[in-house]
Design a protein around this ligand. Sequence first.
Ligand code: DC
Length: 246
Amino acid sequence: MKLPRKHFRLFKSLSTRFMSKIIVALDGFSSCGKSTTAKRVAAQLHYAFVDTGAMYRAVALYLHRHHIAITDLQAVEEALKHMVIGFEINPSRQASDTLLNGENVEQEIRKMYISELVSQVAAITIVRRAMVAQQQKMGKKKGLVMDGRDIGTVVFPDAEVKIFMTAQPHIRAQRRKLELLQKGEDLPLEEIVENLRMRDEIDSNRAEGPLKRAADAIDLDTSFRSMDEQVEFVLAQVERVQREKR
Ligand code: DC
């Protein structure tokens, strides 16, 4: 019997819902569409979604506000004890906002001054270890889509699905410019290109948890794919793994 399309989608959604839960790790460069893809994949699967970049951004904001130099490791270590980073659902965006000690900092952490600072903060070993420990706790029950730089290599090396996302540098910069414009920041493209280049370099070359493709990751070049296609690509990998597990 052939199900009508509407019922087929419902059947598919219910069947994925009741399958054994897995971890989906999305890693890759900034502005490849990782978080948007991860969020939509999580919604389809009824999984939790964690944007780990937001966690490093929240730490950067805290250090900035408290005038803590990133070279003062003792002060950074002390500061980490006073930070509670969490997420809360924002129904108007149908996504979660980042909380720092109970304050909604979602808008602030996306600003350019944080983008300029965050890679250096994320390169600090004690910061990484604290964030990774929290992220691992979030994955204890599985049923999670997490995006970042080291999810498939360090945080969940046993994740069932690992995707490594890339896109051509000028396309990433254009996407980032649009994103910032939508948030009211109009910056020259060259400044954005330079920020992405600098972050790629710091993220890829740090000692602890560098941005690196896991050996068993599947590549996804998003340069010429629509968001729907990216989401479908990841969901197809999830379905393949679920089928193999059965
Ligand atoms: O994804 P994003 O651009 O919001 O990430 C902000 C910064 O945090 C980015 O420069 C790299 C860093 N990051 C990281 O080092 N490890 C992660 N798991 C996620 C982000």
